[in-house]
Design a binder for this molecule. Structure first.
Ligand code: G1P
Length: 278
């Protein structure tokens, strides 16, 4: 039984809701307090035992590459000063993890972005983390929670949460049989259904463990919602063989793909940070 070693970070979207901030950098570089969303994501993957970080990039990829690179000059400049600790975690990540990049040439949807990452992943089960879903947990991070389920069941696993019925059109929505508290075997999946068409109110959030057969499935998945290739549609094919589980994760999510969610995450993190240093 092989553990999950690689995490794919799709970061090729346009982030148009945050213009002009995202004109020259991906939205995943927006900070919650002083740390970019993508770094929280990489830290969560590292805490799940993953050391290979694979990015699918678009415009502005330089900011990501520079962030996860050694900067001798900067490190020398702050060495011994009170600012040194601000870079500590990042320096450790950069030295302990491996970072690779591939560029998505056209924005054809999340499924297409994941398929673009095949070259970095190869033939093994892997994690996917959408960094604009900012997740805060008490104990194990969301990816570590999914990886524990994968270890036991050896099939694809998605993280879910309950959302108000009126908001189903923002998410992939699942339905299935509850195997135990919070764990479902997925039987139905729909990408961004209107409330009247949704099979329930359990929404997929941006954390996935995918088995590598997903790549072949994605190759033959036609464009779906918004004329884009959807990971939800490919997962639905896997689910037809009983090979997708959904886990109601322990923790709290902020939708940092929207300005209100992003502001709420900043407020929450700032309050927590000020309390811990007070
Ligand atoms: C993507 C997925 C959707 C999922 C969501 C989680 O949508 O397509 O199924 O529920 O991420 O954040 P996006 O938010 O990229 O439009």
């Amino acid at each position: 039984m092989k553990p999950i070693r690689k995490c794919l970070f799709p970061a090729a979207g346009y982030g148009t809701r945050f213009l002009p901030a995202t004109k020259a950098m991906p939205k995943e570089m927006l900070p919650v307090v002083n740390k970019p969303l993508i770094q929280y994501g990489v830290e969560e993957a590292a805490r799940a035992g993953i050391a290979d970080m694979a990015f699918v990039t678009g415009r502005g990829e330089r900011a990501l590459k520079d962030h996860f690179a050694v900067s001798h000059e900067l490190e020398r400049r702050i060495a011994g000063s009170e600012r040194e600790s601000l870079l500590e975690d990042l320096c450790r990540l950069v030295r302990e993890c491996h970072f690779s990049y591939t560029r998505q040439l056209e924005a054809r949807g999340l499924g297409h972005a994941i398929l673009t990452g095949e070259t970095l992943i190869g033939d093994q089960a892997f994690a996917v983390l959408l960094a604009d879903d900012f997740c805060v947990t008490e104990d194990a991070g969301v990816l570590a929670q999914l990886a524990a389920i994968y270890d036991e069941y050896q099939c694809s696993v998605v993280a879910i949460e309950e959302v108000p019925k009126a908001e189903t059109s923002n998410y992939g929505i699942i339905a299935g049989e509850e195997l135990g508290p919070g764990l479902y075997r997925v039987s139905e999946m729909v990408e961004k259904p209107e409330p009247g068409e949704a099979p329930g109110n359990l929404a997929v959030i941006g954390r996935y463990i995918l088995t590598p057969d997903i790549f072949d499935i994605l190759r033959s998945t036609p464009p779906g919602r918004n004329n884009e290739i959807q990971i939800t549609d490919a997962l639905k094919t896997q689910a037809q063989n009983g090979k997708v589980l959904a886990w109601r994760f322990r923790g709290r999510r902020f939708d940092c793909g929207s300005v209100p969610g992003f502001m709420a995450a900043n407020e929450f993190a700032w309050r927590r940070q000020s309390q811990s240093t007070a």
